[in-house]
Design a protein around this ligand. Structure first.
Ligand code: GTP
Ligand code: MG
Length: 595
């Protein structure tokens, strides 16, 4: 994720493709309407010199009456025209900025969607949200306002300076001699304000993260009655943000008086030097009026530059964040020579000496794992919490890649397959169930939206969910809240199972999917898993012997290693970990029976 090699402005230009010409027209328009500012003082100067203060003023007003009216009409006409151009330019740049915003936002979302698991381990949701909202808006603001303001200030400044020089170069130089001092102040200001904007951006991200985590995790907050604590924590983030905001604003306040002082020196220079020139007859009254009527056109751009610099630094900090995602590439992607597999896999899964370590972890979590699950077989995976079961099954859909060894599906290394093809053949019910805010029907048919109502109901039956769904107020059309709020843990698990089954996968992976359902319901589920109307290899992570008992093969994982493997009977006979587990889980009832 190297953003260094891409310059921000080049990146912006790249994203303006298709709108560059109309943007350039807008910028040209900006120059035109700023140069047009000079027409008013030009006409004023003419009127003053010809009809007010000139030697022949009294006769001119009689003999050149038409010229007088022409000048007045031209002055008014130009003012209207200028207003029209300003309006069109604003519409134009706003239009382009919205188009670019849309384009970059779509691209960013696309990038985020296609990222691998490691990316989501690294970035916080609140931070990513900040990037696609606030940061992107700073980028839009750059196109719609900052660039236009820079052009506006410079064109006005340059045009006025040129006009001043044309009227009287000595007076012009005397006034403009102040400009470099203002420039120095602005450069000093930039150096101070740039880090402030970076800090401000970080604080905003922290604030958003705190808000997002608290809203989505509010049930936990309530359960522990930690509202006060969380409110205080959020308050701290909020105060930090507000303080940094204030500091940023104060930076400007420290520099502003210097700029203001220098800018205000300009009319004084005009008064003193200009006054002397008039006395000496080197300057006409009309010229003096033109100078004094335009002095703002030199002062204002100077004052504006501070503000522009501020906004530019905001853009700079924000675009760093946006570009980081914009140019990020997932590490897990299709290889160029990826194998083209048949649409439906047979479903053989094989691990060959697989070891694995998370990129952000410091110890391997899987060591030398080898096993085979033949098409149609059921393989149960057991082991104490944290032993590596979830990590292991995540290697099959290639959420992560093994550090050593190979994971093969139908004899082909998953790293050589097309991700889309591989994942379409896998039905996965994850340990942490996440449902979308959608109808139950929509959630079950998530992997295949062409599913008919009857099919959805069939899969709900398979996962023993049909009964409770029909009892809900609107049955399959009941909308479940964000993350499945409104359903019990076991209900959520069963919908998640139905969703995994609904893609009719060649390989079904269940990660502790029946942990929250009662024994009776679990029995029903097991029964239907045996009777599925499509061929399917099943890898089932479970804690209960009742779930694993009938598997073709049981794998016991301890500390990332397979320590036992075989059928229920074989493992019981071995009198190892599994045997102890059987004792533990059935022993109590046996003792109960004896008593
Ligand atoms: P249970 O689901 O609790 O039964 O455990 P499990 O067997 O599924 O364990 P899992 O595979 O989730 O974790 C195995 C080890 O990997 C644990 O020590 C975790 O702390 C570690 N681990 C899991 N996910 C990550 C991750 O994203 N990054 C890092 N660095 N470590 C992880
Ligand atoms: Mg797990």
């Amino acid at each position: 994720m190297d953003t260094k090699k891409h310059s921000k402005m080049a990146w912006l230009w790249e994203n303006m493709k298709g709108y560059r010409v109309i943007y350039a027209i807008g910028i040209l328009g900006t120059i035109v309407y700023n140069v047009m500012q000079l027409t008013v003082p030009y006409f004023t100067q003419q009127i003053v010199d010809l009809f007010l203060t000139g030697e022949d003023a009294a006769t001119n007003i009689v003999t050149k009456r038409d010229l007088f009216f022409q000048l007045v009409i031209a002055m008014v006409g130009f003012t209207f025209l200028r207003t029209l151009i300003v309006y069109l330019v604003c519409m134009d740049v706003e239009h382009v900025s919205q188009k670019v915003l849309y384009r970059v936002r779509t691209h960013l979302f696309d990038k985020i969607e296609r990222q691998d698991m490691q990316f989501y381990n690294t970035y916080r949701t609140g931070d990513l949200m900040t990037r696609v909202t606030g940061d992107l808006d700073a980028v839009r603001h750059m196109i719609a306002w900052v660039i236009r303001s820079i052009v506006e200030s410079f064109s006005l400044l340059v045009a006025t300076a040129a006009y001043f020089i044309y009227m009287d170069w000595r007076l012009a130089l005397a006034i403009l001699a102040i400009a470099p001092f203002i420039m120095i102040v602005i450069v000093l200001f930039r150096n101070q304000v740039a880090p402030r904007h970076k800090e401000l951006r970080e604080k905003l991200s922290l604030l958003n993260t705190a808000a997002q985590e608290n809203i989505s995790g509010n049930r936990v907050v309530k359960a522990f009655a930690r509202e006060e604590y969380e409110i205080n924590k959020f308050d701290k983030c909020s105060i930090e943000f507000s303080k940094t905001n204030k500091k940023t604003a104060l930076t400007w306040i420290t520099f502003f008086p210097y700029i203001e002082t220098f800018a205000n020196l300009m009319p004084i220079v005009l008064l003193v030097v200009g006054g002397l020139f008039i006395i000496n007859g080197q300057l006409t009254m009309g010229e003096y009026v033109a100078f004094s009527g335009l002095i703002w056109a030199v002062q204002n751009p100077m004052r504006m530059l501070g503000n522009i610099m501020n906004e530019f630094q905001r853009f700079s900090a924000a675009s760093d964040k946006v570009m980081e995602i914009y140019y990020s590439e997932p590490k897990i992607v299709d290889k160029e020579d990826a194998v083209d597999m048949p649409n439906r896999f047979a479903g053989k899964v094989e691990f060959k000496n697989v070891s694995f370590q998370y990129e952000d972890g410091n110890l391997p979590v899987l060591h030398n794992i080898s096993f085979v699950a033949n098409p149609g077989e059921t393989v149960a995976i057991m082991g104490e919490t944290g032993c590596g079961k979830t990590s292991m099954i995540q290697l099959i859909p290639r959420f992560y890649e093994p550090t050593e060894g190979e994971v093969l599906v139908d004899g082909v290394n998953v790293c050589d397959m097309k991700l889309g093809q591989l994942r379409k053949n896998i039905g996965l019910a994850t340990q942490d169930v996440l449902l979308y805010s959608d109808t139950i029907d929509g959630n079950i048919a998530y992997g295949d939206s062409s599913l008919t109502k009857e099919e959805v109901e069939k899969f709900a039956k398979y996962s023993a969910a049909a009964k409770f769904i029909t009892r809900m107020p609107e049955g399959y059309d009941t909308i479940v809240g964000e993350r499945g709020v409104g359903l019990s843990g076991g209900q959520k698990q069963r919908i998640s199972l139905a969703r995994a089954l609904a893609v009719k996968p060649a390989i079904l992976i269940l990660d502790d999917t029946t942990s929250a359902v009662d024994m009776e319901t679990e029995k029903q589920i097991q029964h239907s898993l045996k009777e599925l109307d499509f061929p399917c290899t099943k890898l089932i992570i479970a804690q209960r012997i009742s779930t694993t008992k009938f598997a073709d093969k049981i794998l016991i994982i301890q500390d990332g290693r397979i320590t036992e493997s075989g059928t229920h009977d074989e493992l019981v006979a071995k009198k190892g970990y599994y045997y102890n587990l059987v004792q533990l889980q059935t022993g109590e009832t046996m003792e109960g029976g004896e008593a």
